[in-house]
Write a protein that binds this ligand. Sequence first.
Ligand code: UT7
Length: 331
Amino acid sequence: MNKITAAITAIGSYVPDFVLSNQVLETLVDTNDEWITSRTGIKERRLLKEEGQGTSFMAIKAAQNLLEKANLNPKEIDLIIMATATPDMPVASTGVYVATQIGATNAFAYDLQAACSSFLFGMSTASAYIQSGKYKKVLLIGADKMSSIIDYTDRATCIIFGDGAGAVLFEPNTDGLGLQDEILKSDGIGREFLKIDAGGSILPASEETVKNKQHFVFQDGKTVFKYAVSGMADVSEKIMERNNLTHDDVNWLVAHQANKRIIDATANRMGVEESKVLINIHRYGNTTSATLPLLLCDFEDQLKKGDNLIFAAFGGGFTWGAIYLKWAYNK
Ligand code: UT7
């Protein structure tokens, strides 16, 4: 029998309706459209404004979009992996709630957290379950409500992040399509540069932590940028070398949307031309766990069976990596 690989066979997405433009941000903090556009490539982002709703709201909608498009019975799903840095609440797994809400009653579910690399690492996890032959349908969802942890008086972070969700289905393939190779990395040196100080086990919530705004994201952007540029480019170049892929062989670069300049630097190192680089950062900003599946959905029409995709991400922790995947279907 041919080797089993894990192929993406269906995708779905959801972004909230509410648009936060650079022009509106100009009225909230000392910034301007020109600075944001030239430094990051972002023009607008989506925010979830529904009262009392969290990340699961968007994850459910993305999963339902996939189920509808693929005409899939949710009872057939074996496992749901929920990649997120902004779970609905501590302890009770968001993925478990999502599974029940979409009717995936035969699946087990859990959350996976690796900051902006959550979805990329989730691809590796989902793929390993499929390759083992143990499960046949693994749903990986990437969703984040970044607006719940952003201080909209802090111009260093509020211009960057947005909310969104995407979902992909992994199934076994014996024709050599799907996930081919991965390079995943982490380094605890990054802990100080991108973090939320309070609300965890080191510094539980108190009046003091709320007053000091310690429940919001802190980012030393310059340092993260430096590590992101070299980290993402290194692994992307390495995975090409290791699989004997030239820039002509690569059809698409599917890179985490944190900053257009980081994506450009990665594409340059790979020698991949601009027309092969999937970009939607101008519309959504950095949606953390949702950037990669949102790219797949926005460009689904252009992805062809057999295409070589290089996924790449960099995030807090630090966490980063690259995945080489052969696309498995024509829309
Ligand atoms: O997804 C997880 C991983 N995260 C990332 O990959 C993000 C990595 N970092 C970045 O994308 C960039 O560092 C930022 C977009 C966050 C910042 O861009 P930068 O080019 O590194 O700017 P900077 O922090 O070096 O600041 C340059 C200047 C400073 O002014 P001076 O000191 O040169 O006078 C800042 O005070 O720009 C100023 N500045 C701003 N000006 C207008 C900083 N933020 C803003 C702002 N609007 N929002």
